[in-house]
Design a protein around this ligand. Structure first.
Ligand SMILES: *[C@@H]1O[C@H](CO)[C@@H](O)[C@H](O)[C@H]1NC(C)=O
Ligand SMILES: *[C@@H]1O[C@H](CO)[C@@H](O)[C@H](O)[C@H]1NC(C)=O
Ligand SMILES: *[C@@H]1O[C@H](CO)[C@@H](O)[C@H](O)[C@H]1NC(C)=O
Length: 432
């Protein structure tokens, strides 16, 4: 009896928990959403009941909704298998898809599915593209909250302000933009800069955008500001992964990547750490200002690098990728990546990339892409085999087994029949 009582209370607790989850701030949306979507800013999760990634996102999304209680942002979820017309309206192609909507603008989330990142995405997009800070002291909080952000300092009128707003509007999905009054300039430790000016805060320091001459046209100014922001919108040295690789290509710089491989515990060997360190220092050094031509990074897994180079690269190695053509360069054979490899040798290699004296391979042409597809298919088959030989044997073994059975019955069946026919007359002969 005690046990039954306990069971009952456990069931009760679970039911209550169920009610709580249902009563959360995540609103279950229907077709009616199309009519009300422009009434407020919305953060919406499009899901399908059968999708595993959606179920994993469920508790995270619930926490995001909890954190947004009290803001103007409404949080909802929509079952795309039931309300296909809404899914079509937003051209949903995969599950889960997270979108932020304000008025007619729609933004699709593409970052990690973590609470903090989704929350930052919603908060960034809920206000205007450029958020004006009321006092200089607010800058400290912005620095604490962001690895990287853009800042406009000065009077908020004129062509530079318009250009900054235009670029902020174009990049607001991924990056943060702020503005402060001219008197905050001394907080930036950049006293020589003429205002108004645009800054990026990354790698824990401010970098000012080079001044643009006054006689340049508004269109050219817009373009310059946009391009500078595009070039500066990643930390000087970062971890390259599937999520950001295609964004990095859009910078139209050379990508310099330390290709490393973490072991199962997520550790790197000393040799790998040494190379990572060399590339990191090159990324931050000011004299050569490599920063304007190169984007530096590292990979904890050679998969993407192998796919670009269409070969299994030695680990560790340095791969330089031309973002425009997807051509790649490797240090030539007499540069060994060992204890003797140094920052200056690496710098020489980068200079030879810039003066086009280093040989380039690969590319993005039809033929090379076909070859790359073949290489990728081969690699993934190999990885599947390594990951689960039994499954692979069944996957490929079973159809092969059936195929051989079919072949057997088609070909050998005929032979048997023929043999039977041939042997049939025999009894008659014997009867004779
Ligand atoms: C420059 O950008 C601003 C903001 O996007 C825009 O309003 C303006 O029309 C642009 N000017 C030109 C000449 O493209
Ligand atoms: C990539 O290659 C093209 C064609 O050779 C060249 O014009 C360009 O400067 C290279 N670099 C980058 C970063 O695109
Ligand atoms: C290119 O740069 C490398 C490294 O600095 C240098 O050794 C080489 O002579 C340069 N080549 C040309 C053609 O300028």
């Amino acid at each position: 009896m005690e046990f039954l009582k306990m069971l009952k209370s456990v069931v009760l607790v679970f039911t209550l928990a169920g009610i709580c989850v249902n009563g959360s701030r995540v609103i279950e949306l229907t077709e009616k959403f199309l009519e009300i979507k422009e009434d407020a800013p919305w953060l919406v999760k499009f899901y399908a009941p059968w999708c595993g990634h959606c179920r994993r996102l469920e508790p995270v999304f619930y926490q995001v909704a909890q954190a947004l209680v009290g803001t103007e942002i409404k949080v909802g979820k929509l079952d795309c298998t039931r309300f296909t017309s809404v899914a079509q309206e937003f051209s949903i192609k995969g599950f889960p898809t997270i979108m932020f909507m304000k008025g007619k603008e729609v933004f699709t989330y593409s970052g990690d599915r973590s609470k903090d990142d989704i929350l930052a995405f919603a908060k960034r997009l809920s206000g205007p593209a450029v958020k004006v800070l009321a006092t200089c002291a607010h800058l400290d909080a912005v620095i604490r909250g962001h690895d990287l952000f853009f800042l406009y300092v000065g009077e908020r009128t004129g062509t530079l302000w318009n250009a900054f707003q235009g670029a902020a509007f174009a990049f607001q999905e991924r990056h943060s933009f702020y503005a402060v009054d001219a008197m905050c300039l001394n907080k930036l430790h950049e006293p020589t800069v003429v205002l108004p000016a645009v800054f990026v805060h990354k790698d824990k320091v401010y970098h000012a955008m080079p001044p643009v001459s006054h006689d340049v046209s508004t269109k050219a100014l817009n373009e310059t500001v946009y391009q500078w922001i595009n070039h500066e919108r990643f930390p000087s040295f970062l971890k390259v992964n599937h999520g950001n690789f295609y964004q990095l290509l859009k910078l139209k710089k050379w990508l310099v990547i330390a290709v490393l491989e973490e072991d199962t515990l997520g550790d790197l060997t000393n040799e790998m750490l040494q190379l990572q360190d060399i590339i990191h220092r090159l990324a931050l050094q000011e004299e050569e200002s490599f920063r304007q031509w190169f984007q530096f990074g590292w990979m904890s897994n050679p998969e993407i690098a192998n796919s670009v180079a269409m070969q299994n690269l030695d680990i560790p190695s340095i791969l330089v990728i031309n973002a425009t053509t997807l051509q790649y360069l490797l240090p030539n054979d007499d540069i060994k990546i060992d204890e003797s490899f140094s920052e200056s040798r690496c710098a020489d290699f980068l200079k030879s990339v810039l003066n086009f004296s280093a040989p380039v391979y690969g590319g993005d042409t039809y033929l090379i892409n076909a070859y790359r597809a073949l290489f990728n298919a081969k690699t993934s088959l190999f990885q599947m085999w390594e990951g689960n030989p039994v499954l692979m044997s069944v996957l490929f073994g079973l159809p092969l087994g059936f195929l051989s059975l079919i072949c057997y019955s088609v070909c050998c069946g005929d032979i048997f029949e023929a043999a039977e026919e041939e042997t049939l007359p025999e009894p008659h002969e014997k009867e004779d």
